[in-house]
Design a binder for this molecule. Structure first.
Ligand SMILES: Cc1cc2nc3c(=O)[nH]c(=O)nc-3n(C[C@H](O)[C@H](O)[C@H](O)COP(=O)(O)O)c2cc1C
Length: 151
């Protein structure tokens, strides 16, 4: 059984809804147990027991949300010290852009020892049924990849 950590930060609830939908999608994969944690509450202990990481966050002021940045800052050295190497995926809730958050995460992950397991997904505007579907699909695809060991 593999474990997928979904860490999210959400101010107005949009990313939280996307994280929940991604969790539903990932939950359809029988070989994967899904753990959903607020980024503020998550730490390296959660990463140690995970085989994959899905980050769900807003783009704020052209960058990752502060809560998500805080999670990555706090876990950077401990993850390296523990030799953790996880596949990750990124889901961004944005008003009308989202590319700054993606760029910043890619920059962070050029030093963080994790590797991309899926293309980043940006969902713009109010949360819609299409957004929830895309989130479920990302969760399901990432979980299936984990279960198959393709990352
Ligand atoms: C302080 C702040 C800054 C924002 N900056 C951006 C931005 O640079 N680009 C963008 O596309 N949306 C921006 N937005 C919109 C949010 O990304 C969008 O509303 C998102 O769905 C919020 O998700 P959340 O409710 O999970 O925090 C900003 C929102 C806030 C509150």
């Amino acid at each position: 059984m593999k474990s997928l950590l979904i860490a999210y930060h959400s101010q107005s609830g949009a990313s939280a809804r996307l994280a929940q939908a991604a969790s539903q999608g990932a939950g359809t994969e029988p070989g994967v147990a899904v753990v959903v944690r607020r980024a503020w509450d998550a730490g390296v202990a959660d990463l140690r027991v995970a085989q994959g990481l899905l980050l769900v966050t807003a783009e704020n002021s052209g960058a990752l949300s502060g809560g998500m940045k805080d999670f990555l800052d706090r876990t950077f050295y401990p993850a390296i010290a523990d030799g953790l190497v996880l596949p990750y995926a990124l889901l961004v809730s944005a008003g009308n852009d989202g590319r700054g958050a993606v760029r910043q995460l890619e920059r962070i992950m050029s030093g963080y020892p994790f590797r991309a397991g899926a293309e980043p997904v940006i969902l713009r505007g109010e949360v819609s049924e299409a957004h929830l579907l895309a989130s479920r699909e990302l969760g399901a695809a990432f979980a299936a990849g984990l279960a198959m060991g393709i990352f």
